[in-house]
Design a protein around this ligand. Structure first.
Ligand code: AHG
Ligand code: MN
Ligand code: MN
Ligand code: MN
Length: 336
C-alpha cells in the first residue's frame, strides 16, 4: 500500500472535529500546532549528531535534572509554536519552574485550553542515538476564558483531559494520540513531511509477556515489586517473560502497547514517589493506556483519579496490559 491510500493526520483531525464535545475547531487547531512542532523537533533530533546539539547545557531544571541541549530546544519549539498560534491560554512544562500564561496576541487568553508537556522524554538517550519522545496533555481550563489562567487550570485530575498523546522519534517518527475515543497512531513520511494514519484503533493485546523496569534499582524496590519481578522470571506456563527497558518512557510504552507488556517505575527507598511526573508523563500515558484497553495505577490507585497538588508532582507508575497490572497489584496488596 502506498501513502496515497492512507489518510493524513490533517485530514483525520478535520474528519474527527465533529466528534469533539465543543466542535469550534479550537482543539483541532491545537492538535495541528502540536503536529507542526513535532516535525520541527523531529528535524532537530534527526540531525542531533551533526548539529552541535548533543550534550548538556550546564543548567538544572526544577526536577533537579541536568538539562540536555535538546531538552531546552524542544521546550522552546513547543512553547513557541503553541503560543504564536494562540491555540492555548497556558502551558506547563517539565523544563519550566512555573506555568506560562500565553499572551502573544489578542486571542490567546480567549482560548479554552491549557497544555502540559514533557518536551523531550528520555533525553539521556539522545547522545547514543536511541529513541526519544514528546508527551502532551490537554485540558479545558476551569477558570473563565478571558481572565488570566490560574494554577487550578493545570492541577486537574487526569480524567479531565480533553486529549493526550506522544510523539516517538524512533526508527520512524510517529504521533499517537487520543481525544477520549480510542487511540490512533500516525507515521511521518519524512520526504513529504506528512503524517499518515498507520495504526488505527490501537489496543494492548490481552496477554502481555514483556516487563520494563530499571532493575538496577532492585534493592530499593518495594517488596511487592521484587516479588512480581521474581514471578516474571519464573519458569511456569508462559513465563519467564521478556525484559525490555529502553529508559525512554514513550518508547517503552509504545512497544508494550503494540506487543503487550507492563512498564513500572515504582517508589524506591530513596524516592518514595518514584521518578515520573504525574502531570507531564503519567496522566497522558494513563489516558492513552485506558483508551487502548490497558490499565494504569500507582500500584493501588487509578492514576487518572489522583488529585494533583503541585505541577511537578511525582507518582509511582504501573502501566500496560490490564492483566499484568492487576497481577503486580496483587503482589503490592500483600505488603500494604
Ligand atoms: P525525561 O527525559 O523526560 O526526564 O524522562 C526520563 C524518564 C523516562 O522517560 C524514563 O522511562 C525514565 O526517566 C528512566 O529513568 P531511569 O534512568 O531512572 O531508569
Ligand atoms: Mn527530564
Ligand atoms: Mn520524561
Ligand atoms: Mn523530558
Amino acid at each position: 500500500m502506498s501513502e496515497q491510500n492512507f489518510q493524513t493526520l490533517g485530514e483525520f483531525i478535520i474528519d474527527k472535529q465533529e466528534d469533539f464535545l465543543y466542535s469550534t475547531g479550537e482543539l483541532s487547531r491545537l492538535l495541528s500546532a502540536i503536529r507542526l512542532a513535532s516535525k520541527m523537533v523531529n528535524r532537530q533530533v534527526n540531525k542531533a549528531g551533526i548539529a552541535n546539539i548533543i550534550g548538556k547545557v550546564g543548567s538544572e531544571n526544577i526536577q533537579g535534572e541536568e538539562q540536555q541541549k535538546l531538552d531546552v530546544l524542544a521546550n522552546e519549539i513547543f512553547i513557541e509554536a503553541l503560543s504564536q498560534r494562540e491555540v492555548v491560554c497556558g502551558i506547563a512544562s517539565e523544563e519550566n519552574d512555573d506555568y506560562i500564561e500565553v499572551k502573544t496576541g489578542p486571542n490567546a487568553h480567549l482560548s479554552k485550553y491549557v497544555v502540559l508537556i514533557d518536551p523531550l522524554d528520555g533525553s539521556s538517550n539522545i547522545d547514543v542515538n536511541v529513541s526519544v519522545g514528546t508527551i502532551f496533555s490537554i485540558y479545558r481550563r476551569v477558570t473563565e476564558p478571558g481572565t488570566p489562567v490560574g494554577i487550578e487550570d493545570f492541577l486537574q485530575k487526569g480524567v479531565n483531559q480533553a486529549a493526550a498523546g506522544y510523539v516517538v522519534y524512533g526508527s520512524s517518527t510517529m504521533i499517537v494520540y487520543t481525544t477520549g475515543n480510542g487511540v490512533n497512531g500516525f507515521t511521518l513520511d519524512p520526504s513529504l513531511g506528512t503524517y499518515y494514519l498507520s495504526h488505527p484503533a490501537m489496543k494492548f493485546p490481552e496477554i502481555g509477556k514483556i516487563y520494563s523496569i530499571n532493575e538496577g534499582n532492585y534493592a530499593k524496590f518495594p517488596q511487592g515489586v521484587k516479588d512480581y519481578i521474581k514471578y516474571c522470571q519464573e519458569e511456569e506456563n508462559d513465563r519467564p517473560y521478556t525484559s525490555r527497558y529502553i529508559g525512554s518512557l514513550v518508547s517503552d510504552f509504545h512497544r508494550n502497547m503494540i506487543k503487550g507488556g507492563i512498564y513500572i517505575y515504582p517508589s524506591t527507598s530513596q524516592s518514595p514517589n518514584g521518578k515520573l511526573r504525574l502531570l507531564y508523563e503519567c496522566n497522558p500515558m494513563a489516558l492513552l493506556a485506558e483508551q487502548a484497553g490497558g490499565k494504569c495505577t500507582d500500584g493501588f490507585r487509578r492514576i487518572l483519579e489522583i488529585e494533583p497538588t503541585e505541577l511537578h508532582q511525582r507518582v509511582p507508575f504501573f502501566c500496560g496490559t490490564t492483566e499484568m497490572v492487576e497481577k503486580v497489584e496483587e503482589f503490592m496488596q500483600k505488603y500494604k
